[in-house]
Every structure is written in C-alpha cells, then in structure tokens.
Design a protein. Structure first.
Ligand code: GLA
Length: 642
C-alpha cells in the first residue's frame, strides 16, 4: 500500500504529553555507552519463543465473521496443529462497527459476530467475551487488532474494504489514539484477549491535505511516519505512543500474560527500539502470495539476527503458505517459505482458511522438526553463513549445541552448492551428520558436502558434529543472548540489500521500487556492519561481531567464566581517522579495556574473567576522529568460555 506523508508533523497535545513523560528525570546528559548492568531488551509479555497461531488477514482480508474464525480455530484443534504449537487465534481488521460517542466504548459488528450481542442489553452493548471464552475452552489464545491512530489501515488505504466502521466521523474513530487505557482495559480485562496487534496507519496516512480528510470522511492526524523518509518521521513521538500501549498492558495484566505485536512495517527506526517494547515487531510492509514479495519480507528480517531475542522477535509477517505461489501446486516454494520463517524465528502464523486444510498443507504446517527449530528455547535467530543474491546458507545454533541449517536457492535455476564444516562452526576433521527435515534422510560427511538445489528449493537439516569451540560458545552463534542496546548508527539509512519486488499495491506505476526500511548498518554476527567479511589489519575472520564505534552490546552470561575476543578497527573503515577504545564490563563494572586501536593494525586480544557475572557489556568507543561517520569495529572470535 503506497503511503506517504507530506509535512513534518506538528506535535499533538497528547503526543507532547507522552514525550514529556518519557523523558526520565536524571537522564539528561547520561552517556548511553556507560554500562547499565542490565538486560534492556523487552522481557515483558509472553514470548519466550516466537508466537505461533493463525490470523484472519491473509485468508480473508477484512471480510471476517465468527464462523470463519471459529472454523479455523476448530481445525487447529482437530488437525493437531494446536498441539504442534499453533495456539493463537488472532482477529485482524474488520471487526469494528463503531466507537459509541456517549462513553467511547467500542462496538463489535454483531451481524458478523452474533455471539457478541449482549442478552438483555442495548443494541450497542457488545462483548467478545463469549468468543474468547470459547477459544480459551478449546485450549487456544485470542488476539485482537487495533491501530495507534484514530483510524485503521483498512479505512485509510483500502477503497473496497468490507466491514468498514460506520456512523459519524467520531463514531468511525475506532483506533487507540486518545483511548489507550480504555481500549486496553476493554480488550484484556473485559473481553479476555491475550494479544494485541497495533497497526500504525492512523498515525501515517491522514494528513490534512489527504483526499479522505478533505472530503470530510476522517479527522486529520499529522503524519508521524513517512515511509520514504526517516528524517520526516517523528521517531520519538511514534515510540512514545507505542510505549503508552505497552504500559497500559502491563497495568491491565501485571502478571505479564499478554503479547504485544508492533506493526510499523520497519518504519520509524523501529529496528532500534521495537525490541525494547514489543514481543514481535514487523520488519516490512505486507507480504503477498508472490515469490518476489516473500523474498522482500524475508530480507527485511534476515540480517537483523542480533535484534531479536526471547521476548522480542523480528516479524517478517504472516505465512502465505496455501495461496498463490505457495499453494499446493507449488510445494517447493511453500516449503521454502515455511522453512525460512522457522529459521529466522519469525512468528509462525498461518494465514490460510483452515476449513480447506488438505493433508499436503497439514504436512507443511505440521512439520514438528522444523517447528522445533523455530521454537528452540535458546532463541537464536539463524545467522547467514553464506550470502549472495542467488543462494544463502542460514545456520541456527540450538540449545543442545546442534544446528539448524538451511540451504536456500532464491533463483529460478538449479544451483550447485557446497556446504563446509566451517560454515557450521564445526571441526572439518570430524564427521558431521545432517538429517533432512522433510525426508528424514541422513547424510554423513567430513569437511564439505555438495548438493544441488532445485529452483526455489530450501534444503533444511538438523546438523550435529564436533564444535570448533569445544569449551564454549561464539557470541555470533548466540544472537539471542546479545542485545545491541546502542548500535552506534548515527545516519539512519534504508537497507539497500533488500529484494525489490513489484508490489501488489503499486504494480509497475511510477519509477519502481526503491530502498526503504531504515536499518542499514548496525551490529551483525559474522559480518562487518555493512555486510563485508570481518577483516582487521588484512586478516579475515569468519567468526565474530561486527559493530560500529559508539556501540554498547549487552550479553547474557549463564555460567561462563571467561570472555575473550580479538579486537580491532575493521578494514572496511573508509575514514581511517582517530582510534578506538574497547571495554568489557561485568554487571556494570569495568573488567578490561584496550585503548588507541588504530586502522590497519592487527587485532589485539582482550579477555576478562566473567565468573558470576550476569550481564557482560561490550563497549566500543571512538577516541579522536569524527563521530559523524563511526568506524566499523570487530570483536573477532568473541566467545564465552567455561
Ligand atoms: C496493515 C497490516 C496488515 C493488516 C492490514 C489490515 O496493512 O500491515 O498486516 O493488519 O493492515 O488492514
């Protein structure tokens, strides 16, 4: 959906008040690189592993009703998919009738949701409680959908939208803006929902000069988000609004029994802060059932391996398995889509009318070995071990030390590939066993193994072998325990590496797809910040963390005694002025540091005793030289040792 704003928004009173609240006393002037001694990525809500379930949007758009929702819910249970983990049933856009003006209470479309009628009540007294009770009785959880602004995506961007809210301008203001506490209480306390997806169209698509405002359909809302321009996006205001929702959830469900789904499509620099606030955070605009669009959505999340952790996952959008390029006539594409989402720890949310579920689709959704990769308790998003426009290898380190491995052919022609032991961080002189997670066939090899990938095929394996680091873990194998609390990005830029597909909403009108989705640069596992190989003083490193000067990473330690790395300025530094200082902190105390690290010098060893430390912080500071163009730096072979 093409969405652009014209003018930088003047602050609205509510947003200004939220911003003032968000500025904590005593924070002014604090150096963000100083250690905090704590893990700051989101730990609220309930998402220790990526959520799984079903959502109505890809199946029905806004043309939803109770029979469709319950039909899919019943199939989740009867087919065994609920047992396999798909327990969340999420109602997307299309459920609102209006917001009644006398008390601001939201009213459900009872024509579509008959159980929402309150017996003996007035016509506009409605409740989703009977529906959520039924879902809960089936062992499922229930999710609801809203928007951060006054109006929803469907109202703003879709001309032929079914089930549009009705009534006056005020009655059609069904979004959260100005009603956060009231609506969150209604959804979570009164109606018993367990999840909320909060879209952002209402704070993006209704500037005063937009046709729908001009025609009197909706009230204007100054655009806080410009998808094409981070400079014209009010990141702080967007963040303050979403923070108000997270806080309201915490108040209504102090036990943390809820899930907050952020839907900002990678805009508003959400990569940097969504992980501190939400349980899942969309990285791109909507997926469609096309191969090219699946590539786009995959790419927006695949290089953000350090920005996802237990409690806060990258959301590449819902699965389109079952439709279009991923229907039963295209099992290779359907399996690839599913395998890739599992590997990058994206939520596994089915977007198919499950009343039509076939054994073939059931076999894809229900592949318990692949689900187990996604649901692994270590929570490590796969790291890209081999990268190209045609073929990618993804490797995901599991809690038991084995690996999930995906060999992905993006192209439309067969690809001959070779997998090396080193790409798995396994020893190349000991046997490696791969189990194919679709066929259960096993392959044993030492050193390297050849494969031929069919067009669009993803081979997906569980791999075991002798770990290269026998007495510990490389941090780049453990993105789930590394949080770039400050990633050092000063110039927020769109990511140029994302596949540019023809979108369903603009077709080939205009100049073509361009770079967007701010999130270029920042911390990476086994790569330099802009995608190069890690390289210090002419030496390549296949293992380590690539960071920017001016960064602070938090690392969860669970019983390891030593931290070690070789540190240096990355050869990718274009402006080789100044020097770097590397610091290791343990629970807020400085443990080790090295100063005066200059360009084109060999990496220096830096180690610290971390026995008993819970949070290690790795700080890279620029000392001298410009901080406008921070140098890329390397924590090569960064590792935790027993
Ligand atoms: C946006 C979201 C979608 C869906 C629709 C509903 O486009 O990104 O996932 O919720 O709104 O209108």
């Amino acid at each position: 959906m093409p969405r652009s704003g014209r003018r930088r928004a003047p602050l609205m009173p509510l947003v200004a008040a939220l911003l003032a609240q968000a500025a904590l006393p005593g924070m002014a002037g604090a150096d963000p690189l100083d250690p905090g001694g704590r893990w700051t990525a989101n730990a609220r809500g309930q998402a220790p592993v990526p959520p799984m379930g079903w959502n109505s949007w890809n199946a029905f758009n806004s043309d939803i009703d109770e029979a469709k929702i319950l039909g899919s819910a019943q199939t989740l249970v009867s087919s065994g998919l609920a047992k396999a983990g798909y327990t969340r049933v999420n109602i997307d856009d299309g459920w609102w009738l209006k917001r009644r003006t006398r008390d601001g209470r939201l009213v459900i479309r009872t024509a579509q949701f008959p159980s929402a009628r309150v017996a003996g009540g007035q016509a506009d007294d409605t409740s989703f409680r009977p529906l959520t009770d039924r879902l809960h009785a089936m062992g499922l959880k229930a999710g609801i959908y809203s928007d951060m602004g006054r109006n929803s995506c469907g109202q703003i961007y879709t001309a032929d939208f079914k089930n549009q809210p009705e009534g006056s301008v005020a009655e059609r203001e069904i979004g959260l803006y100005g009603h956060v506490d009231q609506d969150i209480r209604l959804f979570f306390k009164e109606w018993g929902f367990d999840l909320i997806k909060v879209d952002g169209c209402g704070i993006r698509g209704l500037p005063a000069d937009s046709p729908r405002v001009r025609s009197g359909l909706y009230r204007a809302f100054p655009s806080l988000i410009d998808m094409q321009s981070i400079g014209r996006t009010d990141v702080a205001a967007v963040r303050a609004l979403y923070t108000s929702v997270a806080d309201a959830l915490e108040r209504e469900r102090p036990g943390g029994d809820y899930l907050l789904s952020l839907c900002l499509w990678g805009s508003a620099d959400v990569r940097a802060w969504g992980k501190d606030l939400g349980n899942i955070s969309r990285t791109s605009d909507d997926i469609t059932p096309h191969w090219g669009r699946m590539l786009t959505n995959f790419d927006t999340a695949a290089r953000r391996e350090l920005y996802a952790h237990p409690g806060s996952w990258n959301d590449a959008d819902m699965l389109f398995v079952g439709q279009g390029d991923f229907d039963e006539a295209h099992p290779t594409e359907a399996r690839s889509h599913f395998a890739l989402w599992a590997m990058i720890n994206s939520p596994l949310v089915i977007g198919y009318d499950l009343r039509k579920l076939t054994p073939g689709l059931r076999a894809i959704f229900g592949n318990t070995d692949i689900i187990a990769l996604n649901q692994d308790p270590a929570g490590n998003q796969a790291v890209i071990a081999y990268d190209s426009d045609d073929v990618q290898f993804l490797v995901k380190t599991l809690a038991d030390g084995t690996k999930g491995v995906a060999l992905f052919n993006r192209s439309a022609v067969p690809a001959a590939v070779t997998l090396n032991a080193g790409q798995l961080k396994f020893r190349d002189d000991a046997a490696i066993t791969l189990t194919d997670l679709w066929t259960r066939a096993t392959t044993r090899f030492t050193g390297k193994q050849d494969f031929t990938l069919a067009p669009h095929q993803t081979l997906i394996f569980r791999a075991s072998g002798a770990r290269r680091l026998a007495d510990g873990l490389f941090l780049s194998e453990q993105p789930g325990r590394v949080n770039p609390a400050v990633d050092g990005v000063v110039a927020r830029r769109p990511d140029p590496t994302i596949h540019h597909s023809v979108t369903a909403w603009s077709g080939t009108r205009g100049a073509g797809e361009h770079v967007q989705y701010s999130g270029w640069g920042g911390s990476r596992a086994d790569r330099a910040v802009f995608g190069q190989v890690l390289r210090v003083g002419g030496t390549d490193y296949d293992t380590g963390l690539g960071v920017l000067a001016g960064s602070r990473l938090e690392v969860r330690n669970t019983g390891f005694r030593r931290f070690a790395a070789e540190v240096g300025m990355d050869d990718a530094a274009a402006q080789a002025r100044g020097t770097l200082r590397f610091e290791i902190y343990g629970d807020g105390k400085l443990l080790a540091s090295t100063d005066g690290v200059a360009f084109d010098r060999a990496a220096r060893p830096l180690t610290a005793d971390v026995a008993g430390v819970r949070i290690i912080e790795l700080v890279t500071r620029a000392t001298g030289g410009s901080t406008d163009d921070p140098a890329p730096a390397v924590w090569a072979n960064a590792r935790l040792l027993r």
